[in-house]
Design a protein around this ligand. Structure first.
Ligand code: PEP
Length: 247
């Protein structure tokens, strides 16, 4: 059975109180498209305010510490995110894996902490350009999945396939490549929703969604622009209707 589509925006280190109207606009659009689950992973400083103004979507964090509390200057725990109003958290984003040198063992610990605090998790996996060129994508993604999940099972977890070389630029994989990776992920972890991330736009969204065989997207830059993000939301909703009742 097809899973409910899921669209998640990752604002990264962007956004302040002046951007709440964007959150509100996206929340209103989410209410008009109730067949799609929509979430925005915001900077921690915005989570509580966004939760107060906006009920149409889920609010998430972008990372959490593996410990519930302690001497970890600058970090935030899963329980703190939850208390601020987040219901999910991104883990293992390539910017954390590469810029902050996070490995799968640490990501597995964070994942256990997030689930224990009652947060859903979007676990990000994806190969680098070098691994892609060397034909090692499947091997890398399978390894990231098994090591980061470390036997956790799929309850409360969605997987974002984000090839590192496709993030933040203008290249995307061929939808057939996305479909092959979605198949590999499905064979490795059962029952999870699988989204694609990396340079999704209103123009390429429908093809990546339908031909890529994914349940939705994790969107970076285009989630900062309400009009673009809502256009992606509409295209997922429309494609889902077309798939479920072909003419
Ligand atoms: C991301 O960083 O998760 C991402 C998908 O970014 P972008 O959509 O900007 O490529």
């Amino acid at each position: 059975m097809a899973k409910r589509p899921l669209l998640v925006g990752n604002w990264k280190m962007h956004g302040d109180g002046g951007d709440l109207p964007t959150v509100i606009a996206i929340g209103e659009a989410a209410r008009r498209h109730p067949a799609v689950d929509v979430a925005l992973c915001l900077p921690a400083t915005l989570i509580e305010r966004a939760g107060r103004v906006c009920l149409g979507l889920a609010i998430g964090g972008q990372d959490c510490h593996a410990e519930p509390n302690g001497a970890h200057t600058g970090d935030i725990s899963a329980a703190m995110l939850r208390e601020a109003g987040a219901s999910l958290v991104l883990l293992g984003h390539s910017e954390r894996r590469h810029d902050h040198h996070e490995n799968d063992v640490l990501i597995a610990a964070k994942l256990r902490a997030a689930r224990a605090a009652g947060l859903d998790v979007m676990l990000c996996v994806g190969e680098t350009a070098e691994d892609h060129a060397a034909g090692r994508s499947a091997e890398v993604v399978r390894q990231q999945l098994t090591r980061s999940l470390a036997g956790m099972g799929g309850q409360g977890i969605a997987i974002a396939y984000e090839p590192v070389w496709a993030i933040g630029g203008d290249r995307t994989p061929d939808p057939a490549e996305v479909a092959a990776m979605a198949g590999l992920i499905r064979d490795t972890v059962s029952g999870v929703r699988i989204v694609y991330g990396g340079s999704v736009t209103p123009d390429n969204g429908a093809a990546l969604f339908v031909d890529g065989g994914v349940d939705g997207f994790l969107v970076g830059r285009q989630s900062l622009d309400a009009e673009a993000f809502i256009a992606i939301l509409k295209s997922i909703d429309l494609a889902t209707r077309q798939i479920s009742s072909p003419s």
